[in-house]
Design a protein around this ligand. Structure first.
Ligand code: AMP
Ligand code: MG
Length: 405
């Protein structure tokens, strides 16, 4: 059995080797938020597409101001949505609205706040006019043909807005797998139930479902009793209906931890069982045929949560073709951890004024204490081959929250 006891790095390598890239699918723009973009968004026009007026006011030729002119007869009005106008007399002005195309013959916009209009004459009453002020220059943001945003990123409102402006009524996004998350254990009762003294509510799978949802994946929740035959039957059915299976519990050394045996009996190949890490050592990973991946996470809530954030997120990024930047954080205090295991302690992050992110390890009462997860922001990844992780040293960090607010 010990030969299966692999390192954190080997576990990542094995998951990576067994991961296929997701397929892509065209999706209506209105349904795209939260999906992962599978095409580059490219500017179909200059940004902005014309010299755009950015203030309501008047547009003048700067040379006339420079020559000392302060009162300008209004020759025309240019509204947003009108074709480009032309100032015929350089000493006059055009009244312009935000969003209008800058008329020909003018180059500078003076806002209403800095003028006084009487009987068709606008007189400058402000302090100073700068040449070309209040004009958003054509192509000044990015030129036509350049990439606005590269693919392989989760679509937020910002990307949807940009996709709309380049005329995309639909986008190519990754088709995400159908996922089943499955609790195991006779002690578990539904969230809505009142547990007997010997029972607990099934919580892990709801956390898992929530995390999948944040990643744009809708996952269905199931519960298996610690009963080999029933497990065989249900797992076989889930294999038919889902593309990725995630289990929580039932993979440790206990008498009723039947999952590895059940997987074997229905032909799911074990890729590894047990990783040199804390928490989450009994983590099991396998594959059915050449398709469905099976992640079976140890049931202690913190173990399930760590393995999801470290390994399932890693798998997701691999399948999306993304190599995320590692986030490094600085230890506030020494951390001592002698066992030869990769250590994922829970830590709270603070952002210092100089831009440093610091991490303070906050220990709960072991991997069963998931109340601690509300006090922390994520997990440090501390390597196996050291005992002392000194204050001031920097280590990788995996966050399960938005940092910074
Ligand atoms: P196991 O990995 O099945 O030995 O479970 C380890 C511990 O995690 C036990 O105390 C279980 O009751 C608990 N546990 C397992 N699955 C869940 C779950 N879905 N929700 C909450 N606790 C769980
Ligand atoms: Mg169990």
């Amino acid at each position: 059995m010990e030969r299966h006891f692999i390192t954190y790095e080997e576990a990542l390598e094995i998951i990576s080797k067994n991961t296929d890239r997701f397929e892509t699918v065209q999706t209506p723009l209105a349904e795209c938020v939260g999906h992962w973009l599978a095409e580059d968004l490219v500017a179909d026009r200059d940004f902005p597409p014309f010299d755009r007026v950015t203030m309501d006011g008047i547009a003048i030729a700067y040379t006339s101001y420079d020559e000392g002119k302060r009162s300008f007869e209004i020759e025309a009005v240019a509204a947003a949505g009108e074709p480009q106008k032309t100032l015929l007399h350089p000493q006059k002005c055009v009244e312009v609205m935000t969003g209008a195309i800058l008329p020909k013959g003018v180059d500078t916009v003076i806002r209403y706040e800095d003028i006084h209009i009487k009987e068709g004459i606008a007189t400058f009453v402000g302090e100073k006019v700068r040449a070309k002020q209040n004009v958003h220059i054509q192509g000044g943001d990015i030129p036509k043909g350049s990439t606005i945003t590269p693919k392989e990123k989760q679509l937020s409102g910002a990307e949807v807005m940009l996709a709309a402006t380049i005329g995309k009524t639909e986008l190519k996004v990754y088709r995400l797998p159908k996922v089943a998350v499955c609790a195991t254990g006779d002690e578990l009762v539904p969230v809505s139930a009142t547990p007997e003294p010997h029972q607990i509510r099934s919580s892990n799978v709801h956390g898992l479902q929530a995390m999948f949802r944040q990643w744009g994946i809708s996952a269905d929740v199931f519960h298996l009793k610690d009963d080999k035959d029933a497990m065989q039957k249900t797992v076989s059915e889930l294999l038919e209906r889902y593309e990725t299976l995630v289990f929580s519990g039932g993979v440790s050394k206990g008498k009723f931890d039947y999952l590895p045996e059940v997987f074997r009996s229905i032909g799911i190949k074990e890729c590894f069982h047990k990783v040199k890490q804390r928490p989450g050592k009994p983590f099991w990973f396998g594959k059915h045929g050449d398709g469905t991946l099976v992640f079976a996470l140890p049931g202690n809530p913190v173990s399930t949560f760590v393995c999801t954030n470290i390994y399932i997120r890693f798998w997701l990024y691999r399948a999306l073709g993304i190599t995320p930047d590692t986030l490094y954080v600085k230890l506030v205090e020494d951390v001592i951890f002698p066992p030869e295991l990769t250590y994922f302690p829970e830590a709270k992050i603070r952002s210092l004024k100089d831009g440093t992110l610091t991490a303070t390890v906050i220990k709960g009462n072991g991997s069963g204490d998931f109340t601690n997860l509300t006090r922390t922001d994520g997990f440090l990844i501390l390597p196996r081959d050291k005992e002392l992780f000194a204050a001031g040293e920097r280590y990788p960090f995996v966050s399960y929250r938005n940092l910074g607010y």
